[in-house]
Design a protein around this ligand. Structure first.
Ligand SMILES: CC(C)(COP(=O)(O)OP(=O)(O)OC[C@H]1O[C@@H](n2cnc3c(N)ncnc32)[C@H](O)[C@@H]1OP(=O)(O)O)[C@@H](O)C(=O)NCCC(=O)NCCS
Length: 173
C-alpha cells in the first residue's frame, strides 16, 4: 500500500523499494552513513546491505519520495529467536537525505514500517545505532524506544604477532 502526505518539503509518498531504486538509495546512504556515525565494521553501509534486505524482506524495504525523487528509506527485517514465541522486527537502516532532514520524513517512514511489521506479527522492534548519534537517539526516543543496552565491540588483529608472555593483544584503531 502506498501512502502520501504533505511534509514541509512537499508531497511525500511512502512506497516499497523497487529494483530501480537500489542505486539511488545506495548513494543517499553513502552521504549519510559516514564512518564517524558508524565507526564499526559490524555496521558498514555497502551495496550488499541493500540487496540482501531487498532479497529477503522486500515488504520491509521502503522509500520516501517527493516529486519522483527519493528522499529517504527504511530497510528492515524480522527475526525469530529459538525457543521464543515472539517475532522481532529489526530496523536495520533508516536514512533521510541531509537537505530534507527534520521534515518529518523519518517519522513517516518509521510509522509505515512499524505498521507493516505489526501486520507480520512482530511484537517488538529493535534498532541499533552509535552511542554518540544524538539525532538518531532523539528520533527513536520520540518514537517510543527505550531501555538502551550498551554493547562493546572488540577486535583481534591476526596480522600482528603476540609478544612472548604477553596476555594482552595490542589494541587496534
Ligand atoms: C535519524 C533520521 C532518520 C531522522 O529523520 P528525520 O526525517 O530527519 O526526522 P523527523 O523530522 O521525522 O523527526 C521526528 C522527531 O525526531 C526528533 N529528531 C529528528 N532529528 C533530530 C535532530 N537532529 N536532533 C534532535 N531531535 C531530532 C525530533 O523529536 C522530531 O520531532 P519534531 O519534528 O516534533 O521535532 C535522520 O536524521 C537521518 O537520516 N540521520 C542519519 C542516519 C541515521 O542516523 N539513521 C538512524 C540509524 S540507522
Amino acid at each position: 500500500m502506498n501512502q502520501a502526505s504533505t511534509t514541509r518539503s512537499g508531497r511525500l509518498r511512502i512506497r516499497e523499494m523497487t529494483i530501480d531504486d537500489l542505486s539511488e538509495v545506495f548513494h543517499i546512504g553513502e552521504e549519510i552513513f559516514t564512518a564517524d556515525l558508524f565507526p564499526t565494521l559490524y555496521r558498514t553501509w555497502d551495496e550488499y546491505e541493500i540487496t540482501t534486505l531487498f532479497n529477503s524482506d522486500s515488504e520491509l524495504c521502503l522509500v520516501g519520495e517527493i516529486d519522483d525523487r527519493i528522499v529517504g528509506f527504511a530497510l528492515g527485517t524480522t527475526v525469530e529467536k529459538h525457543r521464543s514465541p515472539w517475532k522481532y522486527g529489526y530496523l536495520v537502516w533508516l536514512g533521510v537525505s541531509p537537505t530534507v532532514q527534520k521534515g518529518r520524513i523519518g517519522v513517516r517512514l518509521f510509522r509505515d514500517l512499524k505498521r507493516r511489521m505489526r501486520e507480520q506479527g512482530v511484537r517488538m522492534i529493535i534498532i541499533d545505532t552509535a552511542a554518540n548519534n544524538q539525532p538518531a537517539l532523539a528520533f527513536f526516543r520520540k518514537q517510543g524506544f527505550g531501555n538502551p543496552q550498551q554493547h562493546v565491540y572488540m577486535t583481534l588483529n591476526l596480522t600482528r604477532k603476540r609478544k612472548q608472555g604477553s596476555r594482552h593483544d595490542e589494541p587496534v584503531a
